[in-house]
Design a protein around this ligand. Structure first.
Ligand SMILES: NC(=O)CCC(=O)C(=O)O
Length: 267
């Protein structure tokens, strides 16, 4: 049996709301630390809105115009180190407003894909300040079909199922998920992995912004629902090695996708 091993590094960073310069500085430091090891990662990911945090009142001024600053940093880094980057998400300024956008870079520094969060989270006032994306997020992680969702998106199982039905074997999720909903975070991530028999790789932020505290607990979950790695609440780099061929093994063992009866429940 052939294995398809991928080494992951998730940068569970503290994000300083309203201070892109500090967040760029800290991210750069953590990126260097992530690759400064004998087991260099194949793929690096970081949290949602890592450039600005939820400084939503000033987001129009703080957002990265067309993602240019982010693209310059991450493109050069991925090319220099030959590593694929799922660039967390950033507040990205466009002509018609600010989007919450992931850029994916291949290991040669090219922008491979992008995805803007499609479900805006009203409990954190996103709908008042951000624009929603209008397409779903797919890319290739190494040789594996992958999907991306951002934070609140994981509450929508139909989105994860659509990705799985179109070939996704690994789902990547940057987040800024605060207390007190750790139980929701862990349960929803585990459910998306088990029901879709795919890897779920999720990177949350940690630390405090105003009255919100973020619990970290970035996670790597395999298609059987086993937790391969889970961070605590502190700033850290969570490393894990996964074998993508496990997806096909699990799907053969319990053939959920062959057993579906869509005619009865999809209209
Ligand atoms: N940034 C977010 O989308 C947070 C989502 C969240 O906290 C939730 O409970 O859902």
């Amino acid at each position: 049996m052939t294995t398809q091993t991928t080494r992951l590094a998730l940068l569970q960073m503290h994000v300083e709301a309203g201070n892109p310069d500090e967040n760029f500085r800290r991210l750069t430091e953590m990126l260097e630390e992530a690759v400064n090891t004998e087991d260099k990662p194949d793929l690096i990911m970081f949290p949602e809105m890592w450039n600005t945090g939820y400084a939503l009142e000033q987001i129009g001024d703080l957002a990265d115009t067309n993602g240019e600053r982010t693209k310059a940093l991450l493109s050069a880094f991925s090319r220099k180190h030959g590593v694929q980057i799922i660039g967390g998400s950033i507040a990205e300024g466009r002509q018609d407003g600010v989007y919450n956008t992931i850029y994916v870079f291949d290991d040669k520094g090219n922008v491979q894909a992008d995805y803007s969060k499609i479900h805006l989270f009203r409990l954190m006032d996103e709908e008042k300040h951000l624009q929603a994306g209008d397409k779903i997020g797919r890319f290739t992680a190494g040789d594996t079909d992958a999907g991306m969702m951002i934070c609140y998106d994981i509450r929508f199982p139909e989105l994860a199922r659509k990705l799985a039905l179109s070939g996704t074997k690994a789902l990547f999720v940057p987040a800024q998920w605060p207390n007190p909903r750790l139980h929701h975070w862990r349960t929803l991530l585990l459910a998306r992995a088990i029901e879709n028999q795919m890897f779920v790789i999720a990177c949350n932020r940690c630390g405090t912004s105003g009255t919100s505290t973020f619990f970290g607990h970035s996670m790597v979950i395999d298609p059987w629902g086993e937790i391969i790695a889970e961070a605590g609440e502190e700033e850290t780099i969570l490393r894990a090695e996964i074998d993508m061929s496990l997806v096909d093994q699990v799907r053969r063992k319990i053939p959920v996708f062959e057993d579906r009866r869509p005619a009865l429940y999809e209209s």
